[in-house]
Structures are given as C-alpha cells and as structure tokens.
Design a protein around this ligand. Structure first.
Ligand SMILES: [Zn+2]
Length: 166
C-alpha cells in the first residue's frame, strides 16, 4: 500500500494545499475528494484525487480501487448537470505531481478543450461504423502486425493473477 501521506506532496495537504493550486473543494468522502479550479478556460474543470498518497494510476489498489467507478460516475454526473455540459472528458497524465489526480473537464461544443489524443497535424476519416479515425501526419499509424503482437503480450500479462501488494 502507498503511504498515507507524503510530507512534500501538495495534494496530500488536502484543503490546506488548495489555495496553492487555485482550486476549491466541492465534494469529499472518506477516501476521495473533488476540487474545482478557480483559474481555468473551462467552466467546472475539476480534479478527483484519493486522500491517500497513491502516486500513479498504475499504483491504484485497496479500497480506492474498488470504489473508483462509483465515485467517478457520481462526480462526473454532478459536474455535467451543474455545468450543463454535453460530456465530461477525463484525463490522467502523471508526469506532474506524483499523486494520482483525474482531470474532469466538462465539455461543450466549441470550447477551449482539445479533443485530440495525438500531436501534429491530424486528418479525420469517417469510418463505415460511424467512428472517426484520427491520423497524425507526423505520427502515422504503426504496423498492424506489431500492434497485434503487442496486444498478445498485454493479453498474456493481464491473464496472470494480479500482484498482491502488502
Ligand atoms: Zn500525495
């Protein structure tokens, strides 16, 4: 299990650290808290974080792992209603502050959010399924054979019993 708190972590400081991050708490339960940004181009841009110091999504375990789905559905639904957004986008990066934080971005047509996951000049192709394939001119798709091999490795890794961390 990750340590309960980390001394030099601004997110572990909870409400006391919110001023430094220009945000305010809008919801909490014993394990999680949701804060909303007070400086954003996007109305209602919010952060969902475990109170316990869990560094990255890849470290998620314990009660936070079993409650995330319910909590995420509740807070995303509340955000969408309160902001009258069309959708709520989620982002998890992890390269900044090493305390898991899920960005929730209420999205409306024409707002400041970038709807792309890849860099570069992108070309959109409508597929017969109705989905849109987004291809970057700088980063063309990798070979299907290599991606298939990688999918096999991922499938094999995930079919093993999960590691139990103590
Ligand atoms: Zn922390």
């Amino acid at each position: 299990m990750a340590p309960r708190t980390q001394r030099d972590c601004v997110i572990c400081r909870g409400r006391e650290g919110d001023g430094d991050l220009h945000r305010v708490e809008v919801w909490e339960d014993p394990l999680w808290r949701l804060t909303t940004s007070l400086e954003s181009e996007v109305p209602g841009f919010s952060y969902l974080e475990p109170k316990r110091h869990i560094p990255h999504i890849t470290d998620l375990d314990g009660r936070e792992a079993t409650t995330l789905g319910t909590v995420l559905g509740r807070v995303a639904g509340g955000l969408r209603e309160a902001t009258k957004a069309d959708l709520v986008y989620l982002y998890v990066f992890g390269g900044g502050i090493p305390h898991l934080h899920i960005h929730l971005a209420p999205h409306r047509e024409g707002d400041a959010l970038n709807a792309q996951m890849i860099r570069g000049v992108v070309v959109e192709e409508k597929l017969p399924s109705g989905a849109t394939r987004i291809v970057s001119k700088e980063f063309p798709p990798l070979g299907e054979r290599d991606l298939g091999d990688l999918a096999d490795r991922i499938r094999a890794r995930l079919s093993r019993k999960p590691r139990v961390r103590r």
